[in-house]
Design a protein around this ligand. Sequence first.
Ligand code: XIL
Length: 318
Amino acid sequence: GVVVGTAAAGGGHLGTGRDPFQVDERYRALVGSEFSSVTPENQLKWEYVHPERDGYTFEAADDVVDFAQEHGMVVRGHTLLWHSQNPAWLEQGDYSPAELREILHEHVTTVVGRYAGRVAQWDVANEIIDERGRLRTQENIWLRELGPGVIADAFRWAHEADPDALLFLNDYDAEVVNAKSDAYLALATDLLAQGVPVHGFGVQGHLVLERDPPGEGLAANLQRFADLGLATAVTEADVRMVLEDGRATPEQLALQGEYYANLVAGCLAVAGCDSITLWGFTDRYSWVPSWFEGLGAATVLTEDYVPKPAYDAVAAAL
Ligand code: XIL
């Protein structure tokens, strides 16, 4: 059956400097009791796990991985090759291409190797294509400095470090057939033809109530990747909405439930779509309000852990 997971909030979360997963016992217990998979929301990103050129900090990520093991949960690792949340020493350093290659190789080998056998899936490449279907060759330091061949390298290095891990391409606004998902289909086809160990395509599932109506689009899109022989997954589901006076209306919340149900149904409709991860499960720690002004209420539980219609909609759709 399909695995249902959540992000574990942490990594200097919301600027508080405290990881909810580490300090909020109620939150932590719910991660263990409600879900069978977990993704460290920030704890494995470069800026947290590799804050200095010669220094890694694994404590927060270890905590999530250890917890998952104790609770028989799967871990999704996030992420290795991305344009965002990189440390200043990397983004502002002055490295030759050869040095950058070695930096990436060492990072992938070190991080994937540390969790070999314990992190089942990795988002190796995250958000490397823009909405027009072009590789992000400006913002992404790896693509900019090393060229598109670095994508295959990252997958190969990750595979060497853990031959059993499933390795994913992952992005937002790629849920349905569009220029971005078309470009991923072409990229995946090309990588597979080269024998690159790419195993899955993840759609993040950060939906907007006013923009992304439910429908057949998700299943139709994922099926294209399944037809290539890839696993698929919904990796970061949430449904944000415009709040009036800081609050969601009952109508908005009912509609939100339909969006969540559609994400679940779309995944279930496709053979090989084997996991659905919510990007947090309580509005208390959702990333949405601090990233999108005036939007919120994106998760399935209120700030006080009260189930919203979306909670029942997800349960009913599974
Ligand atoms: C977000 C986290 O939820 C926030 O806490 C952080 O401040 C910024 O990143 N796509 C991704 C995730 O791949 O890593 C992002 O997570 C959300 C969008």
